[in-house]
Design a binder for this molecule. Structure first.
Ligand SMILES: NC(=O)c1ccc[n+]([C@@H]2O[C@H](COP(=O)([O-])OP(=O)(O)OC[C@H]3O[C@@H](n4cnc5c(N)ncnc54)[C@H](OP(=O)(O)O)[C@@H]3O)[C@@H](O)[C@H]2O)c1
Length: 265
């Protein structure tokens, strides 16, 4: 077997842009080969760049909001003939505006991507990891999971699901050799807000965290087997406050960040 075949394998979803691309870079720089996935063709370009960092990279274009899309990714993973050492379940999408004004297909896509596709993938790969008695799982949740997301209601609820799921799975897997880490970023400078139709909101237009910094903290936490990481002191403060305030108050606070027409001039 050639030396490069012995590198551990990491699977990163949503690796075409933003936090996921930076997470994949961290993996490549730290000795992993990669399977990277996203829904659009941009994933091929990302894979090419990641190869430049010395990793073997297989790219999968698949809609991870669907069971078929997740199965397509799993088929590529199987074809690597190596166990998955690290699963970074990061693919996700947002959706701004008032819930009753959103299109149902967009609402459903957020839930299917962030929740259904993510947990399906984690169950499939997690079972193999438990069977082998080793593996690392990183789930990109969010500090949005700590507060009701007025004008981003379904998105925040999907992240509350993931934050909660991540802690529970970690506890279930205690002593098995498999660790689960929840990366909980605050607002981060990526395509996320434009894609969520939030460029007329305060949070969409304010200065945000650097995705490379967020990914580095998340990757380090995953490698250390830490349970969760909130990136940046302002986000730590925001999540600590959200944990003690009544939900009705945090829902009102969220209005000022995410209501249409609150964009920074
Ligand atoms: N930006 C923030 O402020 C922030 C804060 C906290 C948490 N997060 C979370 O961080 C994660 C990454 O977001 P980001 O900020 O880096 O945004 P981003 O740049 O828009 O990246 C999202 C990634 O997910 C992929 N994706 C979305 N839907 C998919 C689907 N159905 N199937 C396959 N891939 C899909 C996208 O690929 P395609 O373009 O091919 O669809 C892209 O690679 C998300 O889970 C998000 O909720 C973001």
């Amino acid at each position: 077997m050639a030396v490069h075949d012995t590198k551990p394998l990491a699977v990163v979803t949503g690796a075409s842009t933003g936090i996921g691309y930076e997470l994949a870079k961290c993996c490549a720089k730290n000795g992993f080969d990669l399977v990277v996935a996203a829904d659009e063709r941009q994933i091929e370009k990302a894979a090419e760049e990641l190869r430049g960092l010395g990793a073997q990279v297989a790219a999968v274009e698949a809609d991870l909001a669907t069971v078929d899309g997740v199965e397509k990714l799993l088929t590529t993973v199987k074809a690597q003939h190596r166990p998955v050492a690290a699963l970074l379940a990061n693919a996700g999408r947002g959706l701004g505006r008032a819930f009753l004004d959103q299109e149902w297909n967009d609402v459903r896509r957020v839930i299917d991507t962030n929740v259904t596709g993510t947990v399906y993938l984690i169950q499939k790969i997690g079972r193999d990891m438990r069977g082998r008695g080793e593996g690392r799982i990183l789930i990109t949740g969010s500090i949005a999971g700590f507060m009701p997301g007025t004008f981003q209601a379904v998105y925040n609820a999907s992240k509350a699901f993931l934050d909660s799921f991540s802690f529970a799975l970690r506890a279930e897997l205690k002593g098995t050799g498999v660790t689960v880490t929840c990366l909980m970023p605050g607002a981060t400078e990526t395509d996320f807000f434009e894609r969520a139709d939030m460029m007329d909101t305060k949070v969409g237009t304010q200065k945000k965290d650097d995705p490379a910094m967020v990914a580095e903290k998340g990757f380090a936490a995953m490698m250390n087997g830490t349970g969760d990481v909130v990136t940046g002191w302002q986000n730590k403060l925001q999540s600590a406050i959200a944990n003690v305030l009544p939900a009705g108050l945090t829902a009102e606070m969220h209005r000022s960040m995410a209501a249409p027409g609150t964009a920074k001039k």
